[in-house]
Design a protein around this ligand. Structure first.
Ligand code: FMN
Length: 275
């Protein structure tokens, strides 16, 4: 079977899951192609495959903004089998369920919805620390190990054509609804990015990895943020010297730990080349 998987990742969790899923599925004789939904948009062909899937991080009980935009513009499904696998730090709510309905209206057979718990990447000021503190050491290893176990089951179920729809329970629906209703709070953070000039080493990584091209670099190296931030927190997390700040509070990078990704093998997706 040929399976085309689209994904968006900020700090690499989703990409790691995709790469492992590709390995698992290919070890069972299937052919899997991965498409980053911004960079590979033109190549991502939903016709020339037997099944389409999406892997994505959960953002307030929704897929990330670039994927939402992509899903709305999907072509007609004509009965094509489609699966959605979210990943989140704690709670996914009814994220997939909502999109199942939207994609079914387009004619897709959305047969499988599930999620996998991965480490958080959003340890930013004013979010409750006990939930959002970036895990380290043994705790991090434990989360990644459990995620891999779950991924094995998810892949087996998808390949067997099992039908699963998560998110139908009252808590999932109510939690999802509330998260979406209050997601406007994310907007508060978006204009509050800055760069600490003393830490900045002018490597330009923040500029290259920003999915919305929201960052520009002036002559002399000053980093400037425009108004297109989607709070993917990629620049904030991946800056090698933690110079990207969300309010001055985050100068304290012991308290507001940056998430550098699930492993050293996962390199950040870059959208632009050198400045
Ligand atoms: C803007 C934003 C919103 C998030 N919202 C949620 C959420 O509602 N529930 C949750 O459990 N995790 C949430 N997370 C955590 C991510 O879903 C999680 O860490 C994911 O594994 C990151 O994947 P990535 O590295 O591929 O981007 C959020 C992260 C970001 C950046």
């Amino acid at each position: 079977m040929r399976i085309n998987i689209g994904y968006f990742t900020s700090t690499g969790n989703t990409l790691q899951l995709c790469l492992k899923a590709k390995d698992i599925m290919e070890s069972q004789g299937h052919e899997v192609e991965l498409y980053e939904i911004i960079k590979d948009r033109a190549k991502f062909d939903q016709d020339g495959c037997d099944m389409v899937g999406f892997f994505y991080p959960v953002w307030g009980s929704n897929p990330p903004d670039p994927l939402v935009e992509y899903l709305f513009k999907m072509p007609e499904g004509n009965g094509k089998k489609l699966f959605l696998v979210g990943n989140c730090a704690a709670f996914t709510g009814d994220t997939g369920l909502r999109w199942k309905k939207i994609l079914e209206k387009k004619g897709y057979d959305v047969f499988y919805l599930d999620h996998i718990v991965m480490p958080t990447n959003i340890n930013i000021p004013w979010l409750p620390e006990d939930i959002w503190k970036v895990p380290q050491g043994e705790k991090l290893k434990r989360i990644l190990l459990r995620a891999e176990e779950k991924l094995q089951k998810v892949c087996a179920a998808i390949l067997n054509g099992e039908r699963k729809v998560e998110g139908k329970g009252l808590i999932s629906r109510l939690g999802g609804y509330m998260q979406r209703k209050f997601y406007w709070t994310a907007d508060w953070y978006k204009p509050r990015f800055s760069v600490d000039k003393e830490r900045c080493i002018k490597c330009g990584l923040c500029y290259r990895v920003c999915p919305t091209e929201n960052i520009s670099i002036k002559e002399g190296g000053e980093v400037v943020f425009d108004k297109k931030c989607i709070l993917c927190v990629k620049c904030y997390n991946l800056c090698p010297v933690n110079a990207v700040l969300i309010t001055k509070k985050s100068l304290n990078d012991k308290k507001y730990r940056r998430y550098k990704g699930p492993s050293l093998e996962i390199k950040p997706v870059e959208y632009r080349s050198k400045i």
